[in-house]
Design a protein around this ligand. Structure first.
Ligand code: SAH
Length: 368
């Protein structure tokens, strides 16, 4: 990174994030262990099996409401260690016909994580439960067209964000440059137009920072293109804010603690809050309807978190019960992952609101 900065003078925050995460062979998401106890951070499917199971039931209910297409792609964007997909497929056996219809497609750029996914979704489980062999992809574009249900948990937060700094009367791109000490530092770049789908605050004082995620647009636009051809619904779960907000949310996480995003480029996980309002505007421009976001806790409770936890606890050995309850609570508790994390559904033309979004959760686009 020092060499690149010495050559180019500066790179935008979005270029920096891409360089760190996926932009070259040594990038974080091409190489690192990332998720799990031995990695840098823990995600909801790794906290409790109930998460993937309920997401699986969400996919099952959505498949039913699509009119049970006899073949559909069950697509996961950024499947991590494959835990969510494995738990989802296992839970789907209660929905007659869905496993025969499902074709799992995994969009993943990390060879290391692909290997973990292959192990998790191995032949033994497949033969026992009877679902089709998964197919891996670099991006959504190569997944076959046709009816599709997409799942993306903590995928969008890993897509690069662009940052802008207010230096009145204009916005300037926020960049990474070399400081006087020869180390990377944040700096104010050239004046720049704000990307489509951003909504700048009316009163932004000098120094205010605004984030945008233009890198999400190709993904949402591709969903929209597919939704015009066949039924498509997507579930996006991530940490972020429901309404437009300003502020710097770029964060680095390493070995389960916060780190300086500039200290070890490409060695730590980098992510930034998902702006759900921005995603909803992208969805509506792509011809999709956005529902929610609703807090993750509310979403999981509506899908039956309590009942599933009760069943698991009832069947568990006494020494396993505390862990089951603690895990479920961590997902839904407002002081843990229950509110910061949010669920949003996108659906193509003519589809009903995917459950549980129907009641009390009007499409975000109309809310504004
Ligand atoms: N959904 C998983 C993993 C979240 S971490 C879970 O909840 O545990 C982010 C995931 O997205 C990783 O699998 C990472 O390799 C993948 N990823 C990040 N950027 C990507 C990109 N541009 N294209 C495809 N996959 C990407």
């Amino acid at each position: 990174m020092r060499r690149l900065l010495a050559e180019r003078g500066q790179v935008s925050v979005a270029e920096f994030m891409e360089w760190c995460l996926t932009g070259r062979a040594e990038a974080y998401y091409r190489r690192a262990e990332a998720i799990g106890r031995a990695g840098d951070f823990i995600t909801a499917p790794e906290v409790s099996q109930i998460f993937g199971e309920l997401v699986g039931l969400w996919a099952g209910a959505t498949w039913l409401s699509m009119g049970r297409p006899p073949v559909f792609s069950l697509i996961e964007l950024g499947p991590g260690r494959g835990t969510l997909m494995a738990d989802a497929l296992r839970a789907l056996k209660v929905v007659p016909g869905v496993l025969e219809a499902a074709r799992p497609h995994l969009v993943e750029r990390s060879e290391r994580l692909r290997q973990a996914q292959r192990e998790r979704l191995g032949q033994a489980q497949r033969e026992r439960l009877g679902w089709a062999a998964p197919v891996w992809h670099e991006s959504l574009e190569s997944v076959p067209e046709g009816p599709a249900i997409l799942i993306a948990n903590e995928f969008f937060d890993a897509l690069p964000v662009a940052q802008f700094v207010r230096a009145r009367p204009r916005w300037h791109e926020r960049v990474v440059a070399l400081g006087a000490d020869g180390e990377p530092c944040f700096s104010v770049g050239e004046p720049a137009g704000l990307p489509r789908f951003t909504s700048p605050p009316e009163e932004a004082g000098d120094g205010a920072i605004l984030e945008a995620r233009p890198s999400a647009w190709p993904v949402v636009a591709e969903m929209g293109r597919r939704a015009a051809l066949a039924p498509l619904a997507a579930l996006i779960i991530d940490y972020g804010y429901a309404r437009d907000a300003s502020g710097d949310t770029l964060q680095a996480v390493s070995a389960h603690g916060y780190a300086d995003p500039l200290a070890t480029p490409g060695e730590a996980d980098l992510s930034a809050h998902v702006g759900f309002a921005e995603l909803a505007r992208m969805a509506s421009a792509a011809g999709l309807t956005a529902w929610g976001p609703m807090p993750q806790g509310e979403f999981l409770l509506a899908l039956g978190l309590e009942a599933r936890l009760g069943r698991l606890v009832g069947a568990a050995r006494p020494d396993q019960r505390t862990a089951l309850v603690t895990g479920a609570r961590r997902l839904a508790d407002p002081y843990q992952m229950g509110v910061l994390f949010k669920a949003m559904a996108l659906a193509g033309p003519g589809l009903a609101a995917p459950p549980p979004f129907a009641e009390g959760h009007p499409p975000t686009a109309e809310e504004r």
